[in-house]
Design a protein around this ligand. Structure first.
Ligand SMILES: Cc1cc2nc3c(=O)[nH]c(=O)nc-3n(C[C@H](O)[C@H](O)[C@H](O)COP(=O)(O)OP(=O)(O)OC[C@H]3O[C@@H](n4cnc5c(N)ncnc54)[C@H](O)[C@@H]3O)c2cc1C
Length: 449
């Protein structure tokens, strides 16, 4: 039944595009339905260009631990575009930058950063992290359910860790990558970030930013753009998908199976026939909001790190800076610099309506106050504000136990299959890619049966 079976994939992010590519490889007749235009392909893994700079609008760090993504790049035929990145991460500590090289374990242990931490605390965190590490799945973290009962802050108090371990280690690893508050987020989130960033040893990108992969995938499959899916119903063992397009109007498409690869919140209105317990879970998933500013510079920064994390004690509203020019030599035009300044998730919620000029002014003024990256004030040729209402999931304690109860219901909805790491895991590009592959395998299994 597989050859020629019609499958509709809803959503052209990395989860949906991966699912579609794998299904097409297996002989299915696949169409991806995406609400945005071709320039936004990839969803939260999207790159646009401005003045010759490739600006990653969402995800920007692809890490060496993303083995599945590197394998997909090979299968798609774009492995030659992959550029390895540097592995220097920085953290602001009492006004000065401490750096560590994640790829070199000996240098890591001797770094100012690790030496600044209390060794007993370091030992406790290492033991707890290693206990959880094997359960930190890419797209499914429900194996951590038994250890998911406390926030990062509560964990530090329970283990009697010193304030600096919270402020400079576990806090930034929660608020930087997940834009979540360590007083709200589960410890699991911090260990997930720790696992992907510190233990990875550098990463990869392309001269065209992270969007090279979604673009390559989209070029190999059929994508209907500007088409918003409004409903998915099951009928006679298959499904019927309805979408609207500004020019073509409404399309009603029958399919043998559907992959829903949109965030759970966006899946809720299109699938009203799902079990109420599943819809309740979808509504419950909480997201951070992202506001960040891309600064195009006429020179690179003196700062050599790839990612500079700003602990909350150092600054209340700036979370992190990504120095794109430090990713790889060809990542930005020769002799130029590109800095992404990320504001904290809480600030983004409170100041969502602030106009772009005021956001840029805030970032420049506060960066000056921090005493880092003077280039963004004196050498910027443009500043572009990016806002994303659904950034990454914020997992609060107990949510992986909730997800573990829901997982069997989620997986029992064939011919509707769900893809995206936001369903049962922590948001990441590789997690969504893995879940897209998992959804494709489930579709094929169902079709063969
Ligand atoms: C600011 C930011 C920084 C991040 N940094 C990193 C990072 O450095 N490294 C990392 O690995 N991850 C990072 N992430 C997380 C990562 O980007 C996401 O987890 C991942 O890209 C999600 O992919 P997805 O395919 O599951 O969902 P999405 O990318 O959200 O794709 C869903 C797609 O569905 C479409 N859609 C929604 N509703 C409909 C509808 N009704 N009809 C048709 N189409 C619809 C959307 O337009 C979108 O294109 C970051 C995210 C953000 C926002």
């Amino acid at each position: 039944m597989v050859p020629g079976a019609r499958v509709v994939v809803v959503g052209g992010g990395i989860a949906g595009l991966t699912a579609a590519f794998r299904l097409q490889q297996a002989g299915c007749d696949v169409v991806v339905v995406e609400q945005s235009g071709p320039e936004q392909i990839g969803g939260r893994m999207n790159t646009t260009t401005r003045d010759g700079f490739a600006i990653d609008n969402g995800a920007t760090l692809l890490l060496s631990s993303y083995h599945e993504m590197l394998k997909l790049a090979v299968d798609v035929g774009v492995a030659d575009q992959v550029l390895p990145t540097g592995d220097i991460f920085g953290i602001l500590w009492n006004g000065a930058v401490r750096r560590l090289r994640s790829g070199d374990k000996r240098a890591l242990l001797k770094s100012d950063f690790v030496r600044g931490l209390n060794p007993i605390d370091g030992g406790k965190v290492a033991v707890d992290f290693l206990r959880m590490r094997s359960k930190l799945g890419w797209d499914d973290m429900t194996a951590t359910a038994a250890q998911d009962f406390e926030t990062v802050r509560e964990y530090c108090l329970r283990r009697g860790l010193r304030p600096e371990t919270y402020q400079f280690l576990l806090g930034p690893f929660t608020s930087g990558p997940a834009l979540a508050d360590p007083e709200e987020a589960s410890l699991v989130s911090a260990f997930f970030a720790f696992n992907t960033i510190v233990v990875s040893g550098g990463g990869f990108t392309s001269a065209d930013g992270v969007g090279f992969l979604p673009r390559a995938l989209a070029a190999r499959i059929s994508v209907v753009h500007h088409a918003r899916v409004t409903s998915i119903e099951t009928r006679g063992g298959g499904a019927v998908v309805t979408w609207t397009h500004p020019v073509d109007g409404e399309t009603v498409q029958e399919a043998s199976a559907v992959v829903v690869a949109v965030p759970p919140k966006q899946a809720t209105p299109m699938c009203p026939g799902l079990p109420p317990a599943l819809l309740d879970y979808f509504r419950h998933v909480k997201y951070s909001r992202a506001v960040h500013v891309a600064f195009g510079l006429d020179r690179p920064t003196r700062e050599s790190s790839l990612l500079l994390q700003i602990p909350k004690i150092e600054h209340p509203t700036l979370a992190a800076f990504v120095m794109e020019h430090n990713q790889a030599p060809r990542r930005v035009p020769a002799g130029k610099g590109l800095v992404m300044a990320h504001l904290r998730g809480g600030w983004a919620v409170d100041n969502w309506e602030m106009d772009d000029d005021a956001v840029v002014e805030h970032v420049i003024g506060e960066t000056r106050r921090l005493g880092v990256l003077p280039e963004i004030e004196h050498h910027a040729t443009f500043a572009e504000v990016v806002r994303l209402p659904l950034c990454t999931v914020i997992r609060r304690p107990g949510e992986y136990r909730y997800a573990a109860r829901i997982a069997p219901v989620l997986r029992a909805q064939a011919p509707i299959h769900f893809a995206g790491s936001d369903y049962l895991g922590q948001s990441s590009t590789n997690g969504s890619l893995v879940s897209g592959e998992r959804a494709a395998a489930a579709v094929l299994k169902g079709l063969r049966r």
